[in-house]
Design a protein around this ligand. Structure first.
Ligand SMILES: *[C@@H]1O[C@H](CO)[C@@H](O)[C@H](O)[C@H]1NC(C)=O
Ligand SMILES: *[C@@H]1O[C@H](CO)[C@@H](O)[C@H](O)[C@H]1NC(C)=O
Ligand SMILES: *[C@@H]1O[C@H](CO)[C@@H](O)[C@H](O)[C@H]1NC(C)=O
Ligand SMILES: *[C@@H]1O[C@H](CO)[C@@H](O)[C@H](O)[C@H]1NC(C)=O
Length: 758
């Protein structure tokens, strides 16, 4: 906050700089605890089955609109508008599609103006709103010549667009598909914010359609900086709020300083009479601040949505931000919450005023004009009030947001929010966040305003931005538009949590443990009171306890199932342990003790065990999360020649016979399958040792060679194998080559090792 303190004199500028330095130091020094996704799903992971709608020849699924009944998704793509039936789970079905290409004439003109006929001179749909019961209204870039039209609906089907119904759409859609824009329909009028010219240097905030006069921002008065970039528009009863980013003119800074803004206009504004004709008479803007102590300010707003007030709470706007600065080559993101009440209060406070002679911004108190200029008073405003409004459009105070989530290394492009009713009867705030690399984060905000990430789902195999997100509450899914189609992402897959403990630790308000069926399930309405959940604390000790609550119950210390491994003596076993949660730490136990070090090793979470003598018995992999430990998997291991009787304490627990051959070392499961691997392993090790000592001797024979070899080893670290050639012109690089050949004769796996050494 202090970083953006107003400053014009050198001292405050110096202060600003040192603040920035301090912020830099703090940020690089202490990372703080930012949330990690508890579970990460790669693209195509079967545990989070998503469905994709795409169609050959269609691309850029940028604009999404949900029908009033929630059963149809209208999509604005490149040169086409689609109606998708989303009522059934699974892939959205194409209801119908209407083409809306830019005219050939406009395309020719566009190409003539040096825009690309391959990527830019098309009609990219930018506005798609529900105008009335029978019509949608849509605008597109129309090959750098914005155009709009009404689209008639019949039974949720789109009727074709007739060319004579297409009108000019300047101010409603940008010219350039790369420019930001926003539009919202309120009381039958379209409020849009975008670039109003071909060059993209003249931003505009305009009201069109409907009975009221068309009103614009005044370009000459510089209410908006030339680079203003709109990301959201949110109507309330009296006002329409616009969220955007622009260069900050009120701060002097050694580089171009971006700042995020909220602007508002009154819905009942009719424009001025003599002054401010056809212009807003109620335009005001204020700075939005999203910072966390010790972090650089997140000064670039990316998207904002309103969550209307539930019964008791106040309406809040949730917005994602990134920073114009990068730390260590990565950007970070934040999500902040702003209450409408705070925004309103700032707009009722003092103004900033530009002194034209000194070019300094100063604070200006509240004017003695009644009704207050910029308030939505009915009746014509006085000339005095309008004159005041011309120059007093920036509020003095900032709207300070509450940071809910700060995450480095990701840039959130879009967000969607909802509240999910939990078993505890409270509403829990859920955020869905799309990233620039094609991931979706599901975050849940606790009562103390800190968020945890329930999961991260990688939507596309290749990183590319999520262009749009839309929550369809009736369908229990989020729809994500990107260049190649639309993903349907169900809110949750509770079945991946196999135990009550895991179900509760997930802290997903959509999932709860049903003790009757013994499964983690999507919470239905009405909410069954017997289901177990603890969204706030995630404490399974309490939520999964079977006895009286409050005692130190160990609800899961007894395994649910025991996997029985009957193995060949002297064989090497691999006992896998699924690491479901990234927030847990995992360890192994043997009986009541820690694992016996001598005859086993943990490799990538799995326990690798040499079955010899008395190492049989109970092996358990334990997860510890939030101070709570529970067995993830339990094995009863014994050998085929002397089966062990099961521990009486474990009687009554269902058992399942599994095979656990070693599959990793040697790379071949076939080799290892239920056959003693030990002699083979020894042979390989001995041969490898011989080969390595031979190589070492050769190297030591020539001190120069040793030096060169060291250089080469370093070279190997940075160069791909093909580029080693220039380094190996000396003849004593021959020996390593020989070594490699000999090593590969021994075993495929040790050859890999051999190359690394050489
Ligand atoms: C949910 O997870 C279960 C268990 O991993 C899996 O079998 C199922 O296919 C998943 N369902 C969806 C819709 O992702
Ligand atoms: C774009 O213009 C070039 C040259 O005028 C032409 O060769 C090419 O076919 C055009 N591409 C498309 C997609 O129209
Ligand atoms: C909806 O708006 C269109 C376009 O202005 C108009 O033609 C149509 O009659 C309207 N329909 C209803 C039901 O008001
Ligand atoms: C470690 O285990 C995970 C999951 O079981 C697997 O995806 C990964 O490939 C393993 N890594 C190595 C180096 O074996």
């Amino acid at each position: 906050m202090a970083l953006l303190a107003q400053g014009r004199d050198p001292w405050s500028l110096l202060g600003l700089l040192s603040q920035l330095f301090l912020a830099l130091l703090l940020t690089t020094g202490g990372g703080g605890q930012e949330p990690l996704p508890r579970i990460t799903y790669g693209a195509g992971d079967g545990r989070r089955a998503l469905s994709l709608f795409h169609q050959k020849g269609l691309q850029d699924f940028d604009t999404l609109l949900l029908s009033g009944d929630g059963g149809t998704l209208y999509v604005g793509a490149r040169e086409a508008i689609l109606a998708l039936d989303i009522q059934d789970p699974g892939m959205p079905k194409l209801r119908n599609m209407i083409p809306w290409p830019a005219s050939d004439q406009k395309k020719t003109e566009c190409a003539f103006k040096k825009k690309s006929n391959e990527t830019q001179c098309f009609n990219f749909i930018r506005v798609l709103v529900s105008f009335n019961a029978t019509h949608l209204y849509s605008c597109g870039t129309f090959a750098f010549s914005p155009a709009c039209t009404f689209i008639e609906l019949r039974d949720s089907n789109l009727l074709p667009i007739s060319e004579d119904k297409v009108v000019e759409g300047k101010g409603q859609s940008p010219f350039d598909p790369a420019h930001k824009h926003t539009a919202v329909l309120a009381d039958g009028m379209l409020y849009s914010g975008t670039m109003n010219n071909f060059l993209g240097s003249e931003p505009i905030l305009i009201r069109t359609l409907g009975p009221q006069p068309v009103l614009k921002t005044d370009n000459f008065l510089r209410w908006l900086q030339p680079d203003a970039s709109f990301v959201a528009a949110i109507p309330s009863t009296q006002f329409v709020y616009f969220f955007f980013e622009e260069t900050a003119s009120e701060f002097e800074f050694f580089e171009k300083l971006h700042t995020s803004r909220v602007a508002r206009v009154c819905k009942n504004d009719v424009g001025g009479d003599k002054l401010l004709q056809k212009k807003w008479t109620t335009f005001l803007k204020a700075q939005l601040l999203c910072t966390q102590p010790g972090q650089l300010p997140f000064n670039v707003i990316r998207h904002a949505v309103l969550l209307p007030a539930a019964a008791s709470a106040e309406s809040r706007v949730y917005a994602t931000f990134s920073s114009q600065w990068q730390i260590g080559g990565t950007r970070s993101s934040a999500v902040c919450a702003f209450s409408l009440k705070d925004i309103k209060r700032v707009f009722e406070g003092k103004y900033k005023e530009l002194n034209k002679e000194t070019s300094r911004w100063t604070t200006y108190g509240v004017p003695e004009i009644s009704p207050r200029p910029g308030s939505c008073s009915v009746g014509p405003s006085s000339d005095k009030a309008l004159t005041f409004m011309k120059d007093h459009f920036l509020m003095d105070e900032q709207v300070v947001g509450t940071p809910l989530l700060v995450k480095s290394g990701v840039e959130y492009t879009r967000l969607a929010v909802e509240t999910a009713q939990g078993v505890d009867g409270h509403g829990h705030l859920v955020l869905y966040l799309g990233t620039t690399t094609g991931a979706l984060h599901k975050a849940v905000v606790s009562a103390d305003s800190s968020a945890h990430l329930v999961e991260e789902i990688q939507l596309f195999p290749n990183p590319e931005p999520v262009r749009n997100l839309l929550l369809a509450p009736e369908q229990g899914a989020v729809f994500a538009g990107f260049s190649g189609g639309i993903w349907r992402v169900p809110r949750a897959n509770c079945s991946i949590y196999e135990s009550c403990v895991d179900c509760v630790l997930a802290q997903d308000p959509h999932c709860a443990w049903d003790p009757e069926s013994g499964t983690c399930r999507l919470l239905p309405t009405p909410i069954p009171k017997s289901w177990r959940q603890d969204t706030e604390q995630g404490n399974p000790g309490w939520a999964c306890a079977t006895g009286p609550v409050g005692r130190s119950h160990q609800p899961q210390s007894r395994p649910q199932i025991i996997k029985e491994v009957l193995a060949v003596p002297n064989s090497i076993l691999e006992l896998p342990c699924p690491h479901l949660s990234a927030l847990a730490s995992y360890r192994w136990s043997h009986g009541t003790a820690k694992i016996p070090e001598a005859s086993s090793a943990v490799y990538n979470g799995s326990l690798v065990l040499l079955l010899q003598g008395a190492v049989g018995g109970l092996y358990q992999c334990w997860a510890t999360e939030k101070g709570f430990s529970y067995p993830v998997v339990s094995y009863w291991v014994h050998s085929q020649d002397q089966p062990l009787a099961l521990d009486p304490e474990l009687a009554g627990i269902p058992r399942e016979r599994v095979e656990a051959p070693l599959t990793r070392v040697g790379g071949g499961a076939a080799l290892a399958a239920q056959r003693s691997y030990w002699p083979h392993f020894l042979t390989v090790t001995v041969l490898l040792a011989l080969v390595l000592s031979g190589a070492l001797l050769l190297l030591l024979a020539s001190p120069l060679g040793a030096l060169r070899a060291r250089g080469k080893v370093q070279g190997c670290r940075t160069l791909p194998p093909g580029e080693k050639a220039p380094l190996s012109r000396d003849q004593h690089l021959q020996p390593p080559k020989e070594r490699r050949t000999s090593a590969s004769d021994v075993d495929a796996d040790s050859s890999r090792l051999g190359t690394e050494v050489a």
